[in-house]
Design a protein around this ligand. Sequence first.
Ligand SMILES: [Cu+2]
Length: 127
Amino acid sequence: MGERMRGAAAMGTVMLCLVLLLQQPEVGSAAIHTVGDDLGWTFNVSSWPIGKTFQAGDVLAFNYTPSVHNVVVVDKVGYNWCLVNPIGATVHRSGKDEIKLLKGMNYLICSFPGHCQMGMKLSISAD
Ligand SMILES: [Cu+2]
């Protein structure tokens, strides 16, 4: 094989790799899920995840009025008992929070008194 042929072959290999890379179906492209759809993050939103699928790395977008709601990522105990648990968990309060889903179970609540009890809580499993 001549020098030129080898160069052409190498170039062909590079091109093929590029094509394969570009054809990767949606790898690493995280979906953004708007919590509660048009209603946003509000009461009785807890059933919103039903029938939806979530991947680790997907983003939950929380839209709400920050003077009356917030978002706290909690653990299972916090979710079940409507508590900020672990104590000191970060309270998101911008009104437009984007929170990335971790692999496994993700629990989020609003920590304003009584809101979680009124269904402002999410339990989401991410693959
Ligand atoms: Cu609230």
